[in-house]
Design a protein around this ligand. Structure first.
Ligand code: PLP
Length: 440
């Protein structure tokens, strides 16, 4: 006997449509052992709409009602929960957001996942879940500017959580920086922003586990391309605002990990998501869940064009940083740990020498040849370009930028897939030739 109204309709729905009912699932999101993210995504429980629609209905409710007052008590006591389709309040689990979580878990090959209002809130909540006052993080020196500031300034001031930044490619340096008993987290980006350094995820996970720390990886730059959890990472975080959204219209984040870890973040007494409340709106979760099925197609084309443009730009004599180029220090590494068919990612960087030259080049690309837009962020269908040192990494001082591989003239380009490849290349080439032919 179902004892919530939701379950009455759920049961009808699932019998009619032959959906796997959540009640059969022992764990929050089931377990995915597929090595291939596309195969795993195709196996996610498909939620139908309330009236048999092919798309799920949006559960736009802040609160959930029950038939029997004792049910609420049992939900609060932890006897009933989302794993058996009982929901209580949408700062805790919401069914629509949880469904997006199931897709994220499949994408990343983790047992569970849940989504948040932004990438930064996902990162902050994960770190605060794992770290207590006075504890320590070992992190890559090449990180997204916001994450770098969170660790360097905010956590140091607010909770005495300190960070040692390391050269992530130097495995010995990483291992030596971990202070046993004090260090709780090893944190890095799979492909770093904007240096495009690729982390040796499996080796770093091995070192982290040997030293008893939780390995947290930001996979924002490489969904589908890399699967950090399949390579040994414990927790994968995303800024869903970028490639996963793909339309530059939504700010969102995700936390992927074990069911235990995701549940711990929802704990009423100790859960960082539950208690700080960076909730994702279910309407936003619905929008995003409709985009994940074509994420793989988009990533293939982002990567395809980035590789073609990087190769041709290099031939024209520009200083190009792209992990798909053979001269990239981690080219072979990415080839060996990357998922087949998704290429080397959709972001490339160009070192234009000085910030003045970088700005001039970007303004040709936008205002003279219409190749792309001067804007921060990535993963859009149009090409977005920004000078990292004076924008998304400007939180870092000169020394920190140097350590992160950010030169003043570094232009980061998130390569879009709009138009035809040759049409966009001719716009890019025209701006490059104009730039080269000028005296600097
Ligand atoms: C954008 C970004 C973030 C922050 O995500 P928001 O969704 O903007 O909060 C974190 N990490 C990386 C690598 C990013 O590119």
């Amino acid at each position: 006997m179902a004892d919530t109204l939701a379950n009455v309709s759920n049961n009808i729905r699932s019998h009619e449509n032959n959906v796997v009912n959540g009640k059969d699932a022992k764990k929050l999101n089931g377990t995915h052992h597929d090595v291939n993210p596309a195969a795993a995504l195709a196996k996610v429980r498909h939620e139908f709409g309330e009236h048999g629609g092919v798309n799920m209905s949006i559960e736009a409710s802040a609160t959930f009602t029950v038939m029997d007052p004792d049910t609420l008590r049992r939900i609060f006591a932890g006897e009933l929960g989302p794993e058996n389709d009982y929901f209580v309040y949408s700062r805790h689990f919401n069914p629509t957001v949880l469904n997006l979580g199931r897709q994220m878990a499949a994408l990343e090959g983790t047992e569970a996942a849940y989504c948040t209002a932004s990438g930064m809130s996902a990162i902050a909540a994960v770190l605060l879940q794992l770290l207590s006052n006075g504890e320590h993080v070992v992190a890559s020196s090449t990180l997204y500017g916001g994450t770098h500031s969170l660790l360097t300034h905010f956590f140091a001031r607010t909770c005495n959580i300190t960070t040692t930044f390391v050269e992530i490619a130097d495995l010995e340096e990483v291992e030596n920086a971990i202070v046993e008993g004090k260090t709780k987290v090893l944190y890095f980006e799979s492909i770093a922003n904007p240096s495009l350094k690729v982390a040796n995820i499996s080796e770093l996970a091995r070192i982290g586990h040997k030293k008893g720390v939780t390995v947290v990886v930001d996979n924002t730059f490489a969904p589908m391309v890399l699967s950090p959890a399949r390579l040994g990472a414990d927790v994968v975080v995303h800024s869903v605002s970028k490639f996963i959204s793909g339309a530059a219209d939504i700010i969102a984040g995700a936390v992927c990990g074990s069911a235990n870890f995701v549940n711990s973040m929802m704990d009423a007494q100790q859960g960082a998501i539950m208690l700080m409340g960076p909730t994702m709106n279910p309407k936003v979760a619905f929008e995003l869940s409709e985009r994940i099925p074509h994420l793989g197609l988009r990533m293939k084309e982002h990567s395809n064009r980035a590789l073609v443009f990087a190769t041709r730009l290099k031939k024209l004599g520009l200083r190009v940083i792209y992990p798909g180029l053979e001269d990239h220090p981690q080219h072979e590494l990415l080839k060996s740990i990357g998922n087949k068919d998704y290429g080397y990612g959709g972001v490339l960087s160009l070192d234009m020498g000085t910030v003045e030259k970088a700005n001039k080049f970007m303004s040709y690309l936008q205002n003279y040849t219409q190749f792309g837009f001067m804007a921060v962020s990535l993963g859009y269908y149009e090409t977005l370009m920004s000078c990292s040192g004076s924008s998304t990494s400007s939180e870092m001082n000169e020394e920190e930028q140097k350590l992160a591989g950010i030169t003043p003239g570094l232009v980061r380009m998130s390569i879009g897939y709009i138009g035809t490849l040759e049409q966009k290349w001719s716009q890019l080439e025209k701006a490059v030739l104009k730039f080269i032919n000028e005296k600097h």
